[in-house]
Design a protein around this ligand. Structure first.
Ligand SMILES: *Cc1c(COP(=O)(O)O)cnc(C)c1O
Length: 441
């Protein structure tokens, strides 16, 4: 299998040797052309945003921590100049642009990027059930869904999901809070504290010795057997995807508030940690719809789990796994420990994604320490993959090639780089300390 793939795609040799790479997407097209090919659906993004606004009064009621933002779950965007200096000193380069951290690590309720897609999907499902049963009308104040009669109603239904951890937290916490029975199928990579937290919130956790794909498959089977059960399908869910996409319009407002311009002369480069692809894919989709050719998105994956890279580079998408290339899929980045990419996402990314970058595990802990020391911000190892995107783009020959190819050379001094911190605020203090003291090299 491996030899066959490598003879057909010799460029993947370094990837199969577990080397760090930057793969530039050869299929990327100018936005207007790309949008036609992938049927860019802006109405669907708007619809998701409106639905979240409609749900805000319910969210505010069920999750009091969202009171300050009136039930809108959004994360801070922060300039991290000291972190930028530290990275540049360490790797010996200088980037004239600005460097920002999008702190989905600190999103309310789930403490990760999964608060976007996961919560959206559970709410949308609850809405459909309640509308269908005649309990809810479209023009109701949705906060009535916190009433006991709704909880009783939802308690007859089940929601199931397969997860490496964070999606389980997001779906589990939201579903349980509304009154659903929720079962989370956790892969071997999932951390113990995530399972403990979920159980404490009232979710049922089923543990597997195997990887993420098996946990998803088993979850899907269990759900399909039960007519009262709904399966949140991380590999194929359009609802999850659209929930993530809403981030883009909100980011635009945040950038406007900071007086940061993104236009033809001021490019934006965004680095997103990638597991199965849904979260970074949905956000990229949204960002492209807003900023078109002025935004450049890159996914970052662990060298031991580069599933989106091989799926896109071969065009085989979910029909190829990292194991097919002799890669074990084992990484300290638990949120990114995925061996096979989403069927839906790779195809949506074919003409819009800048490329995929891979990173060694040991660097994730180094970046964690840098951020802790320079900015006093703690994020989880998976989220730290984002920083490698910045380094690889500014400090490698391939990165420079991308800059040249897209005529960005003269504008890099005006560039805004965004590292998307995908998770971390729910990590228990003790475990965070252990992370900060972990050296793999
Ligand atoms: C889930 C997750 C990602 C990636 O999202 P996918 O949809 O799996 O690609 C990145 N970082 C963290 C911390 C995550 O939990």
């Amino acid at each position: 299998m491996k030899e066959e793939i490598l003879s057909k795609y010799p460029d993947l040799k370094d990837v199969s040797d577990l080397k760090e790479v930057i793969w530039l997407n050869p299929k990327i097209l100018p936005y207007e052309e790309a949008a036609q090919r992938i049927n860019m659906n802006i109405a669907a993004i708007d619809d998701a945003e409106k639905r979240l606004e409609k749900f805000a009064p319910l969210i505010e009621k069920v999750f009091p921590e969202t009171r300050p933002s009136h039930g809108i779950i959004e994360s801070p965007l922060k300039v991290i100049s000291k972190m930028k200096d530290k990275i540049e000193d360490t790797y010996g380069f200088y980037s004239p642009g600005r460097f920002l951290l999008k702190m989905d690590s600190h999103l309310a309720i789930a403490g990760s990027i999964k608060a976007r897609g996961g919560i959206y999907e559970v709410l949308k499902h609850a809405e459909s059930l309640a509308l269908e049963a005649g309990l809810l009308k479209e023009d109701n104040d949705y906060s009535i869904m916190a009433e006991p009669k709704f909880r009783d109603f939802f308690s007859k239904y089940k929601i199931q999901v397969g997860s490496t951890g964070n999606l389980g937290l997001s779906i589990g916490i939201t579903s349980a809070a509304l009154g659903f029975n929720v079962i989370v199928h956790m892969s071997a990579d999932a951390k113990q504290w995530k399972k403990d937290l979920l159980r404490a919130k009232g979710a049922t956790v089923i543990e597997y010795e195997s990887d993420y794909s098996i946990a998803v498959e088993e979850g899907r089977k269990a759900s399909d057997r039960d007519p009262m059960s709904y399966f949140v399908d991380d590999e194929n869910s359009m609802n999850l995807f659209m929930g993530y996409s809403v981030a883009a319009k909100r980011l635009k407002r945040q950038l406007d508030d900071l007086n940061i311009i993104v236009d033809e002369d001021h490019p934006m480069l965004v680095y997103l940690p990638c597991g199965v692809g849904g979260a970074p894919g949905g956000i990229t989709y949204g960002l492209k719809s807003v900023y078109k050719d002025n935004v450049h998105c890159f996914f970052v994956e662990p060298t031991h789990a580069p599933c989106m890279l091989i799926g896109m580079a071969t065009g085989l998408h979910n029909e190829i796994s990292v194991q097919d290339l002799g890669i074990d899929g084992k990484t300290h980045a638990d949120g990114l420990a995925v061996g096979r990419p989403s069927k839906l996402v790779g195809k949506m990314m074919d003409y819009v994604l800048g490329g995929v970058i891979t990173v060694d595990d040991y660097k994730l802990y180094d970046y964690m320490r840098f951020l802790h020391e320079t900015e006093n911000i703690d994020i989880e190892p998976s989220a730290c993959a984002a920083f490698e995107g910045f380094v690889k783009l500014e400090n490698t020959i391939e990165g420079k090639k991308y800059i040249k190819r897209h005529n960005l050379e003269n504008n890099m001094k005006n560039a805004v780089h965004i590292a998307w911190a995908t998770g971390g605020s729910l990590v228990p203090e003790e475990i965070n300390k252990q992370f900060l003291a972990t050296y793999l090299r």
